[in-house]
Design a protein around this ligand. Structure first.
Ligand code: GLN
Length: 548
């Protein structure tokens, strides 16, 4: 298409409005018209990246192929635009300040007083230009995190305001996502908060071109006109974003509302018919399951489902591909104190997932959950920490290493079946120092993993400091554990499985970061396919006459 066009997405009234979903949906609609799209997320907090933030506060940390620890919105972006993103796609205020301060220390500013404007804003603008230059998309969508009116977001808003002047009006489009609440008492949707939010945006010099209105009730014609009139947006640019039960339906609804058409018009790019057939079919599969599966997810951040966002989405993708809806049963691993409580909490589930995590809290419970899955032949998938606890459980209860543990939870244990990786031992900084990003994994022929992937080498994303201790490989193998995936030099154990179990597979990497709605991850699909098969066998057996 030539030079990059820029779409900026801001949010007003409240946080958690789903700006990321709007940005990702627009990305999908432009991709469906054959354009190359990339999405950049600005996060106005001071952390250099979200890698050090608690999942309780901030939700999942999403890891890219190139090992960046990023905001969970990047997961939405990748899933919606089906494109792998990089560290260029997520920039925090902390990173901007870090770079500006490094330049100041080097003397790059030649004695100038270093200020928010122009130095911080220039750095932000440079980031946008650098991403456009390196990723060379037709459209670069930039989402500014936070809510308009937040003090910390101001440098970003000032930077994008200036950016419009730098690259020209016909190359930039501003979308403001806002909330139009419904007041039960008066039976009306209210436009005033959106008017105020656009006023705030205008007071810093940004007039939005398009308003995307989150609402639980449809907007009437009069409300749309009122919004248009009082925010200075053309009536056809007031886009209704009604709450949807199926997340992946949002692009289809946005298409009907004319979001992409209006963006293209503002950017002087000819509109064309999008090819959304495969996406529509996928949404149809999600909406019309032929059976349902109860999947237990046992972790310690169960109070905030965003902490396991990609895991949940991966289960949904795989579920849709095997015709099943997914009902998640959240298990707080700390509650699984023994076999009886685990039995009570887990009985009746069709599959069990133990996801990643850090720290010793809830570990014994996770081990009990794994034991339940192993001994009751419930299809099981362990992810990162989930694989480490699966190895501890197997070591303790099958390989007779009764004191087996991870060095993460017991520094001086005498049976460390999980130990700190060599290159992690001398690191003092926490941020960005784990084994991060994509690495190859070689699969053992005829293993369940190799069958599921249908290939013998895969690339998967990592985020960990500990690994299976190779001193115990022989004992564990002799006891029946198969190391079915390893690093090419065979030094790092990447996948384990139990050949005698219907599906007991765990991996050191995070397959959840690579699952896509219309291309589910093979390990999640394998888990749920076996779960469906097991469920059907159990139901058929239960239906047999007793004395047949
Ligand atoms: N805490 C474990 C490690 O650092 C597992 C990490 C994870 O689950 N992402 O190795």
């Amino acid at each position: 298409m030539g030079s990059t066009k820029y779409v900026f997405v801001t949010g007003g009234v409240v946080s958690s409005l789903g700006k990321g979903i709007v940005a990702a949906s627009l990305g999908r609609l432009l991709r469906a018209r054959g354009y190359k799209v990339s999405i950049l997320k600005f996060d106005p907090y001071i952390n250099v990246d979200p890698g050090t933030m608690s999942p309780f506060q901030h939700g999942e940390v999403f890891v890219t192929d190139d090992g960046a620890e990023t905001d969970l919105d990047l997961g939405h972006y990748e899933r919606f635009i089906d494109t792998n993103l990089t560290r260029l796609n997520n920039v925090t205020a902390g990173r901007i300040y870090q770079d500006v301060i490094a330049k100041e220390r080097r003397g790059d500013y030649l004695g100038a007083t270093v200020q928010t404007i122009p130095h911080i804003t220039d750095e932000i603008k440079n980031r946008i230009k650098e991403s456009a230059h390196q990723l060379s998309p037709d459209f670069l969508i930039c989402e500014v995190g936070g809510t308009v009116g937040d003090i910390e977001g101001l440098p970003f808003l000032e930077a994008i305001r200036q950016f419009r002047y730098d690259v020209g009006f016909k190359n930039t489009c501003f979308i403001h996502v806002t909330l139009v609440p419904y007041l039960k008492a008066s039976g009306e949707v209210k436009t005033k908060p959106s008017q105020h939010s656009v006023n705030t945006l205008r007071s810093i010099g940004i007039q939005p071109d398009i308003l995307v209105c989150r609402t639980e009730r449809p907007l009437g014609k009069s409300e749309r006109l009122k919004l248009a009139q009082f925010t200075n947006v053309s009536p056809e640019c007031v886009i209704e974003a009604i709450d949807m039960a199926v997340l992946y339906e949002v692009p289809l609804v946005m298409e009907k509302e004319g979001l992409a058409k209006q963006v293209l018009e503002r950017l002087n790019v000819e509109n064309s018919t999008p090819n959304l057939t495969a996406w529509q079919e996928m949404v149809q599969r999600v909406k019309t399951p032929s059976h349902s599966l109860k999947v237990a997810v046992a972790g310690k951040y169960t109070g905030l489902s965003d902490a396991y966002l990609s895991v949940i989405e991966s289960l949904k993708h795989a579920g849709a591909s095997v015709g099943a809806s997914i009902e998640i049963r959240w298990i707080d691993s700390e509650d699984c104190v023994d076999d009886e409580t685990s039995q009570a909490l887990l009985s009746g589930v069709d599959a069990i997932v133990v996801p990643g995590g850090f720290g010793h809290r809830g570990i014994e419970g996770k081990i009990n959950v794994v034991k339940y899955a192993r001994t009751h032949e419930i299809p099981f998938l362990g992810l990162c920490l989930g694989m480490q606890v699966a190895v501890i459980e197997f070591a303790r209860n099958v390989a007779h290493l009764t004191r087996a543990n991870s060095a993460e939870f017991e520094a001086k244990g005498d049976q460390p079946v999980v130990a700190m990786m060599e290159d992690q031992k001398n690191l003092s900084e926490k941020g960005g120092t784990m084994r991060l990003g994509q690495y190859p994994c070689h699969l053992v022929k005829n293993s369940k993993a190799a069958e599921a992937y249908g290939t013998d080498v895969v690339m998967e994303r990592h985020r960990h400091r500990y690994e299976i201790n190779n001193d115990y490989l022989d004992i564990l193998t002799d006891a029946g554990l198969l190391f079915s995936g390893t690093s090419p030099d065979r030094h790092l154990m990447e996948i384990i499985e139990l050949p005698t179990h219907p599906w007991f597979v765990a991996c050191q990497f995070h397959p959840e970061f690579k699952s896509r709605p219309d291309n589910p991850h093979p390990l999640f699909k394998g888990l749920l396919q076996v779960a469906v098969n097991c469920k059907q066998t159990t139901t058929a057996e239960a239906q047999q006459p007793v004395n047949s």
